[in-house]
Design a protein around this ligand. Structure first.
Ligand code: ZN
Ligand code: ZN
Length: 182
């Protein structure tokens, strides 16, 4: 039936130039929903190696498609772009990416729990942190959801300093602080 919507099948047409960047782990202990404005890759990452996982590797998450993941990804990338440009809507975008109760975060956390349910793998959501008061106040930050200590002994994947296993959240020490002390 002609529905007006073109479905592009996943066809293997040769060697994928990005294949070395893809996760090859046999078993994954966790997953991370993560993207940036510049990323052309899947927003799903392996929690162990942080390499990308093509969406067709996991069961369909919404109406026989990945609509909810792609929708979150495009909204997130738009916010990240505004935040990088530092002119229009920077404050709005940064809040959307940083605050746990923003529309963007709520959407992303919901997507994570959907992926977790379908893959039976804990799926983490990342809360961006751009600015803070001091390195000490940053280190003392607690999980914005359950308020427990979540500072990691060592940074993981060169970007996450905080991790709450209970709430499945990740974050970083504010970039302005880290850059000043580094
Ligand atoms: Zn992996
Ligand atoms: Zn927590």
């Amino acid at each position: 039936m002609e529905t007006g919507i073109k479905v592009i099948p996943h066809e293997i047409i040769g060697c994928d130039p990005d294949s070395s960047e893809k996760c090859q782990c046999q078993k994954r202990k966790s997953l991370i929903l993560f993207t940036t404005f510049i990323s052309l890759e899947s927003p799903l990452r392996c929690g162990d190696c942080f390499r990308t996982i093509p969406l067709y590797n996991i069961p369909k998450t919404y109406d026989d498609e990945y609509y909810n993941i792609l929708c979150w990804e495009s909204d997130y990338q738009s916010c990240d772009q505004l935040q990088m440009n530092c002119s229009v809507g920077e404050h709005f975008a940064t809040n959307q990416m940083s605050k746990i109760d923003s529309q963007l975060s709520k959407q992303g956390i919901k997507v994570c729990s959907e992926i977790a349910k379908l893959t039976k793998t804990p799926t983490f959501y990342y809360l961006y942190r751009s600015s803070g008061k001091s390195i000490n106040s940053e280190r003392k930050r607690t999980c914005p959801s359950c308020d427990s200590t979540w500072l990691l002994k060592e940074q993981i994947h060169s970007r996450f300093d905080f991790k709450c296993n209970k709430c499945k959240l990740l974050s970083n020490i504010a970039y302005d602080i880290r850059n000043n002390t580094a």
